[in-house]
Unconditional design. Structure first.
Length: 480
């Protein structure tokens, strides 16, 4: 039965009706039926509640960068629709129309049932189209994982629309792309919620200290407590997901900046051509020197040598590729040449003597010595067929090396302690002048060899140290 009624509308009510009338080409009856239908649904799907527009906009802003739980996503869009891109697009248009979001979704694909490429476009208000693009992108990635995973290749926000490009890839790449483009805050929010008391306390301490708290890995902190120089940076390796030696320098430098700034070890880190500049507010000169050495050794572990100098509030590290190339040349010769070790070491010393004098001993040269010491031990292992190093065979190795370099030394093995004394070292003298560079580098060669043979099991107790070439060097090696 059709009931006819006469109604009157004020101008404001007519204005609200106008879009529906235009949609139905002036048919007021059809327009009114749609309005009544929408009112019956409260403008939302069943089991939903109406939300004021300002509150809705705030909610959309707050969930930016957070992915929707899979269970909620399945309720919003049926996973079965993944079987047909055409039906999925029709459903999305109808759904957004129901919600009155003024969102116009467009899907382009190379196959309706099993696409290898999908292009998604969302037109509408900035916040709504961003949320809708994230929602549909998550749906496409999630529901493609068990068939032909789709990875988000790009997501661009243009004036009129957001365009998302997806194509086939591996499962891990697809999941990672979703985090990269739309879920940047998802892990952080989830982590904070899972242990809110802990993270609230951490945040409060950082705020109360005006961000002067420092956060470092436990192993790193343990090395500092033991008055040792940390040999690596676990956080950087975790971020890069590979060992330090395998991280390219162009990738390593941004990681140093990120870790040192976020951990608050440094106020900020900047790069100027071949230099790394670390700004800090440390007051103790010994602390500044230790930070400087930590950075040099970190970069050395990455395969790059830097010289370092410090001022009141800066540490400046300058790349030394010339020294790095010399290291590679010497190490390669040691590994491939049948010539005696002393020939390689003489070449090494000649290189050192050719350097210009500097006010401070370049840290890159000490790194050079450590690398040579390691290489010498590796070659000795091969010659002697060694599998495990002991103090006895370490003593034998250096007795051979010292004899070739005309270094007079004395060794005393007492249980787990090995006393090593250098009585005379002719190669540290240039005429009557003591060569500090060569002496320091020889020491570092010894340390590099010791570290290679015994690692953290060896401790070096320095009894006497040559400073002017007129006294003995004496150290005691203790191995646990």
């Amino acid at each position: 039965m059709v009931v006819t009624k006469h109604i009157s509308l004020d101008e404001e009510s007519f204005g609200k009706m106008k879009p529906y009338v235009e949609k139905h080409h002036g048919n007021f009856s059809a327009a009114l039926k749609e309005i009544i239908s929408q009112a019956g649904k409260s403008g939302l799907p069943p089991n939903s509640s109406a939300i004021d527009n300002p509150l809705f906009k705030w909610m959309l802003l707050e969930v930016n960068g957070i992915l929707i739980p899979d269970t909620v996503l399945d309720e919003l869009i049926n996973p079965v629709l993944m079987d047909s891109m055409r039906k999925l697009e029709e459903h999305l248009k109808h759904r957004f129309e129901e919600l009155e979001w003024d969102i116009d979704p467009v899907l382009k694909y190379d196959s309706d049932s099993s696409p290898s490429r999908v292009s998604l476009e969302m037109k509408g208000s900035p916040q709504k189209k961003r949320f809708a693009a994230a929602l549909v992108s998550q749906y496409l990635v999630k529901n493609s994982l068990e068939r032909s995973p789709l990875e988000i290749r790009s997501a661009g926000d243009f004036n009129e629309c957001i365009r998302v490009e997806l194509s086939r890839a591996g499962k891990k790449e697809a999941q990672r792309s979703l985090i990269t483009h739309f879920g940047g805050m998802d892990e952080a929010i989830g982590t904070v919620k899972s242990n809110s008391a802990f993270w609230k306390a951490v945040i409060n301490r950082h705020v109360l200290s005006n961000y002067n708290m420092i956060t470092v890995h436990r192993n790193y902190f343990e090395d500092l407590l033991a008055n040792s120089i940390p040999l690596g940076e676990i956080t950087i390796e975790n971020l890069a997901k590979k060992p330090l030696q395998e991280i390219p320098l162009k990738e390593m430098l941004p990681l140093i900046k990120e870790v040192y700034e976020i951990s608050r070890i440094a106020d900020r880190v900047e790069f100027d051509k071949d230099a790394i500049i670390l700004f800090h507010n440390y007051r103790n000169t010994d602390a500044i020197e230790k930070i400087k050495k930590i950075l040099v050794m970190l970069l050395e572990a990455n395969g790059h040598l830097y010289d370092a100098r410090s001022t009141a509030n800066m540490i400046v590290l300058t790349h030394r590729p010339d020294v790095g190339m010399k290291i590679n040349e010497i190490v390669d010769n040691l590994k491939t040449s049948d010539s005696s070790v002393d020939k390689e070491l003489i070449m090494f010393m000649t290189f050192l003597k050719g350097l210009k004098d500097m006010p401070d001993i370049p840290l890159s040269l000490t790194a050079l010595g450590r690398r040579i010491g390691k290489s010498l031990m590796q070659e000795y292992e091969k010659e002697k067929g060694l599998k495990i190093w002991s103090l006895e065979n370490f003593k034998n190795a250096f007795e051979m090396i010292n004899s070739r370099l005309h270094i007079e030394s004395e060794w005393k093995l007492e249980g787990k302690d090995l006393q090593y004394t250098i009585k005379k070292c002719g190669i540290t003298a240039e005429g009557n002048k003591f060569n500090t560079y060569i002496c320091r580098t020889i020491r570092e060669t010894f340390k590099g060899a010791l570290n290679y043979a015994f690692g953290n099991r060896a401790a070096l107790d320095i009894r006497k140290l040559v400073t002017h070439g007129d006294s003995l060097c004496e150290v005691v090696i203790k191995v646990q």
